[in-house]
Design a protein around this ligand. Structure first.
Ligand code: NAD
Length: 264
């Protein structure tokens, strides 16, 4: 893949640590020659994100809370100052109150519903609008979703409803920006042990179930999500937009899931 992203500049949002899906994507893009900028949520994460980012060269680093309009404006103003234009953006951000990522969906509170939709769905739309204004020669936009958008998964609850809205917004954004040569896609990743995932009830059980029932009989890695992202963000994906690419060891095609997970 060396050189596939040579001369391309892009922003990666949602790097928290070396387990982050954003990290798997960043490594694949850097290996392929991309020039990267990172945004991270809050100064507390800086000391973890900075050394990781710097191990990939001399990336730009910005603090950005996507719940805050001024913070988003400052991020894109900073990118405009530094680079002028942009070729791609990766949005690897989601959030919900972990007390509502267990129990029943029907008990979701209005406050957490609104907050989850704001951070996990609207932020991608808001990012795409700002990024598109910096993509005069076209570009590629990518977000991360999960199968809990399509079918009911235990404990995923309001996050599943948010991911369904995120997947719908990918299609609307693909239509809006396609005429500008800008593509918009999602990767639906299988379960991977990350900070965000650890907030979901019984996550270890879900991982085991996926391992035993997916066609490949295993879970996927952040590196595999990185390779799929490279396809969508590079010229290899030039004909693909509005797509939801499953990187889940095939789990989503299985109708009859037969193998029970052992007690864990
Ligand atoms: P992660 O915890 O490493 O990343 C989540 C990121 O969201 C963190 O960097 C966090 O700082 C950021 N974030 C949360 N609220 C924010 C805010 N207000 N402003 C800015 N950033 C904010 O976990 P991850 O699993 O790598 O998650 C990345 C994406 O992948 C999420 O959208 C998640 O839903 C999705 N995803 C994860 C899995 C999985 O099993 N881990 C599967 C499918 C999809």
């Amino acid at each position: 893949t060396t050189g596939l992203m040579a001369g391309k500049r892009g922003l990666i949002m949602g790097l928290a640590n070396d387990k982050s899906i954003a990290w798997g994507i960043a490594k694949a893009l850097a290996d392929a020659g991309a020039e990267l900028a990172f945004s991270y949520q809050g100064e507390a994460l800086k000391k973890r994100v900075e050394p990781l980012a710097e191990s990939l060269g001399k990336p730009l680093l910005f603090e950005c809370d996507v719940a805050n309009e001024e913070s988003m404006d400052a991020l894109f103003a900073g990118l405009k100052d530094a680079w002028g234009t942009l070729d791609f953006v990766v949005h690897a951000i989601g959030f919900s109150d972990k007390n509502e990522l267990r129990g029943r969906y029907v008990d979701t509170s209005r406050g957490n519903f609104t907050m989850t939709m704001d951070i996990s769905v609207y932020s991608f739309t808001a990012v795409c609008a700002r990024a598109a204004a910096m993509m005069p020669a076209g570009g590629s936009l990518l977000t991360l979703t999960y199968y809990g958008a399509e079918q009911v998964m235990p404990h995923y609850n309001v996050m599943g409803v948010a991911k369904a809205a995120l997947e719908a917004s990918v299609k609307y954004i693909a239509e809006d920006l396609g005429k500008l040569g800008i593509r918009c896609n999602a990767i639906s990743a299988g379960p991977i042990k990350t900070l965000a995932a650890s907030g979901i009830g019984d996550f270890r059980y879900i991982m085991k179930w996926n391992e035993l029932n997916s066609p490949l009989r295993r879970n996927v890695t952040q590196e595999e999500v990185g390779k799929a992202a490279l396809y969508l963000l590079s010229d290899l994906g030039s004909g693909t937009t509005g797509e939801n690419l499953h990187v889940d060891a095939g789990y989503h095609v299985v109708g009859m899931k037969a193998v029970d997970a052992p007690d864990i």
